[in-house]
Design a protein around this ligand. Sequence first.
Ligand code: ATP
Length: 470
Amino acid sequence: MPASTLDQLVSLCKRRGFIFPGSDIYGGLANTWDYGPLGVELKNRVKKEWWKTFVHKRPDMVGLDASILMNPRVWEASGHVSNFNDPLVDCKNCKERFRGDKLLEEKLGVEAAAVLKLDQVQPMLVAEKIPCPACGKVAWTEAKKFNLMFKTQQGVIEGEGSDIYLRPETAQGIFVNFKNILDTMRLRLPFGVAQIGKAFRNEITPGNFTFRTREFEQMEIEYFFDPEKQKWEDIFATWKKDSWNFIVETLGVAKKNLRLRDHEKDELSHYSKGTTDIEYKFPWGWGELCAAAAYRTDFDLTQHEKFSGQELKYTDPDQPDHKIIPHVMEPSFGSDRITLAVLLDTYTEETLANGETRIVMKFDPKIAPVDCAILPLSKKEHLIAKAQDLYKKITQETDLVVDFDVTGSIGKRYRRQDEIGTPKCITVDFGTLGEDEKQGEKDTVTIRDRDTLKQERLPISELIRRLAKP
Ligand code: ATP
């Protein structure tokens, strides 16, 4: 995947209504992005597939939607107040600030940079002669810890006691609701809780389109188990496989662009005994797509028990004297990053048999933002009316997302649908009306496949069945 792919993709996303720069008419706000009409459909479908796979299709999982704002004690208990830091370096020449480990990562690779200690960052930047991306000088300060949490104030009176954080991860909402869920849902270990929601991190160097932003969305699972009854290594292996399968089989991301990477011992978060990321080959190199599984032990529930004074233990219904704090496996996905990987992975430029080139987004039909487009061959009123009837029929009888496009030549309209990745285009012509036998029989339409470009004539009565089963 050439580096220029990112620029081409950013331009396509804007041109076709997937992703716009945030606050565009005010000159933007750095590294904020808004999902346009097609982007929101795509991202919603990624989230819907995730929810279906990990909540609806599993008897051992339930969902949750907790608040973004939480009691500030949560973040003391979780360790975020003291540990959620990145190494910040200043350029002494131009005063720009950067994340030291990320500058090193670009040169040394993700594995080498991930294990560096804070006091090794500046000497390494100097030894590797890594210049400031803004001014080109090598003049770095010592690295300092920079806390990534967004602080804000709650209520009408500014001052002590009103400081509050925007959550930097969705996970803590699950731990804090563990007792509520246990008391209401008749669950037995092992079971998991899934949540999709916004998270905020004051990233030092956001960038690479939607890869790293300060506001983003996570899809997280906390899977609780009894370590005396199940080996964490087995649960870890199962979640690694399930997370991988979601990305490859459900979303259709190409295996050749993915790899699993185990965190080195020195790289693990303060709570983790083992973490494996799924990485994607982005145009700028390998980068974390999601955490396939992170073993958080009983760290979080133990901390919340201590800080809240509430008992967060599980009693085995078959052994009432067996009371434990469950251990936790966490697969953690970012819906924006995954949507970006899907966009990059499906972006294709092809030369057709007639020498023309086309851009086509080869989305898996499950997540394509538009399922099919209805294209009346001409702007003749009665032809458009027939096509509109078909639009109504499909949207009323199915849950498909249908586009209706009358502008431009049919060739231009096919190109447009290719660029937004619509799997099927349906052309309504004078044959459909029973006015031109050469075009086809009455009440038949042409259906064109995005990938093979094959066109087939079929009766409207069969169309819905065919659309439901690509
Ligand atoms: P990184 O090393 O890239 O900063 P992380 O290890 O801090 O990521 P996690 O805390 O494991 O990330 O968060 C889980 C997932 O949330 C990530 O795999 C990613 O998909 C998503 N995510 C995290 N930070 C961001 C961000 N700033 N912008 C977009 N997505 C993010």
